[in-house]
Write a protein that binds this ligand. Sequence first.
Ligand SMILES: Cc1cc2nc3c(=O)[nH]c(=O)nc-3n(C[C@H](O)[C@H](O)[C@H](O)COP(=O)(O)OP(=O)(O)OC[C@H]3O[C@@H](n4cnc5c(N)ncnc54)[C@H](O)[C@@H]3O)c2cc1C
Length: 434
Amino acid sequence: MHHFNRRNFLKSAGAIAAFAAIPRAVSAAVTSPRVVVVGGGFGGATLAKYLRMWGGNVQVTLVDPNPTHISCILSNLVVTGAMSMSRITLAYDSLKTRHGVSVLQGKALSIDPAGNRLTVETGTGNQVLDYDHLVLSPGIDFTPAPGNWNPNLTPHAWQAGAQTTLLKSQLAAMRANDTFVLTVPKSPYRCPPGPYERACLIADYLRVKGRTGAKVIVLDANASIQAEPEAFTRAFTVTHAGRIQYVPNANVLSVDSATRSISTSAMNISNAKVLNYIPNQRAGAIAASLGVNLLGFVAVNPLSYATLAHPNIHVIGDSCAVPASDGKAVPKSGHMANAQAKVCADAILRTLSGEVLDQNVATNSACYSPITARTASWLSANFIYGDIYDGNGAVKGKGMHRVDLGEAPSSGVDGDSYQDMLTWADSFFSDSFK
Ligand SMILES: Cc1cc2nc3c(=O)[nH]c(=O)nc-3n(C[C@H](O)[C@H](O)[C@H](O)COP(=O)(O)OP(=O)(O)OC[C@H]3O[C@@H](n4cnc5c(N)ncnc54)[C@H](O)[C@@H]3O)c2cc1C
């Protein structure tokens, strides 16, 4: 049996890149098919790059409102000042010059599925793009907050950029005995370990800066810790004992940004020094316009990421919902978005060439979680396409079957994992954007 240790885990991240070297040519029957990709984050950038690498004559246009992408991955380290913003700012230059992707700075406004057209708002007016296939990877949007929430006063920092800088400056202004309140959204949400990781890093920052009596209160809308429960329970109760208070079942009832107050089903807090409200999440608006499931995400076929209604419109990354055999959907992570992008690129090229879809698709996810400024834990999850079951063991359809490869999550929190995190991030950023 293949033993999945950390070294193999890093190798498997590298193996994704090796798979990328397979060249493909789209059949001559289709001349220069056009693929439009909405969203230049981890899903969209990877998709655009791999379509060009594998697709020969496929024309790829990538649409994003921003001139660069600022990564959420590692952004908690920017909040604590351990890393610079430039380290997580990813440019589109290589996609353009090395891979021949056309990058259009603009915001996708609406889709005309019958006419295969996308309308994009740009600095010089609206443009209409014709496509043979459209791929949407717009990440997440937030569900409306109860009460009076103003993210410019009480940031979420769950999309990186100005929000990251704002939270960083609010943290820097904390003094002894101040309180930092952080909410964990109801699952499913972007990056399951992310909020717990942030709580740990903030607590560590307060300790290192000597902010005696200052603490982090984690208001979790879920009944328990959603990822790496052993590592985070230990971090909350041992490593950061006395500096983190974890409160489960805290459904948010009302938020008031002016007074930095929050009311939940488990606890009410008034006048926190910092209120880091991370709202519940749903598919990005342009993807949601195609219709969403009960949890707010877009159902897709995991062999092609095509939407169920439109075979040539695909949704990948955080916006899509893929059922998994553990009863949940596959996790929303950048690594997963990157893996889905490759499956989607291959499926589009097969469809354009009149080939059948690959039935043996596999995807995986990896998240490293810094626990202090020098240590980290990690978690990986691996999936192959197959039957998924209901609670009684009966097959309820096809989806991604979770495969246990052992040794994940990490057995400990250590400095090696912290270094591996930086190596992994470099190789991952480069696989998606370079
Ligand atoms: C604190 C934190 C830590 C994380 N750590 C990890 C980690 O260790 N490992 C990991 O794998 N993942 C991690 N993640 C999760 C990861 O960032 C996301 O899962 C990933 O970014 C999802 O990729 P995506 O392509 O779906 O969305 P994104 O990467 O967010 O990209 C979406 C893009 O779409 C664009 N867009 C949106 N709407 C439109 C529109 N209408 N028109 C044009 N463009 C549009 C946006 O500008 C954006 O550039 C972390 C997240 C957070 C918040």
